[in-house]
Structures are given as C-alpha cells and as structure tokens.
Unconditional design. Structure first.
Length: 104
C-alpha cells in the first residue's frame, strides 16, 4: 500500500493552499525508464471513475490502475537533502536506485 509521511502530507497541504488547489486529490504516476529506474510524477487533479483512491495522512491520493504496480510499496516523504534544501522523495523498494534510509 502506498504511504505518505506526515512531513509530506503537511507539505502537500501547504502546496495545495498556495496553488489554489485545496480540495483536489494528489495524483501520482510512475513509469520505468530505459535503465530500469522509476520516473515519478505528481500533481493536483480531479479523480476519474477508474482511479484507485487511497486516503493517507488526511490526503486523498489517486492513481490510474496501470501505475499501481510501481507505486504500491512506495512512500512519499519530504526531507532536507542539503541544509535548507527540502524536497519530495519517493522511497520505493521496487526502484533499483532505492537505498533504505539510515538513522544518523
């Protein structure tokens, strides 16, 4: 099952408010690159009849069924990669570039 961390959920809500897309779903998509790694896409959208819907951390997440096989074990997080540089990251054991997080 796809998961969203509390930090990611907080940032998604902030982005929706700033972008005037409050109340819209967070749409996720994923596809394999030629090297086998996964390309992730996300944005705010309205759900369609065929979408898979997930509620996580107060966010409604939608994805087309064809994206579920690549996303079902993933977690979306929002982390500080460099001092003052925050980014959304996908933690996905299905991605060959995945490295489990380590505690500092």
């Amino acid at each position: 099952m796809f998961k969203l961390t509390p930090a990611a959920a907080e940032q998604v809500l902030k982005a929706a408010k700033q972008g005037g897309t409050e109340g819209m779903c967070l749409r996720l998509a994923a596809g394999r690159k030629p090297d086998g790694s996964i390309d992730y896409r996300m944005g705010f959208d309205d759900p369609t009849e065929d979408d898979i819907r997930i509620q996580c951390e107060g966010i409604e997440i939608v994805m087309a069924p064809e994206h579920l096989p690549l996303l079902d074990a993933a977690t979306l997080d929002y982390v500080e990669l460099e001092p003052g540089q925050f980014h959304f990251i996908f933690l996905n054991p299905k991605d060959p570039t995945y490295r489990p997080p380590t505690e500092d």
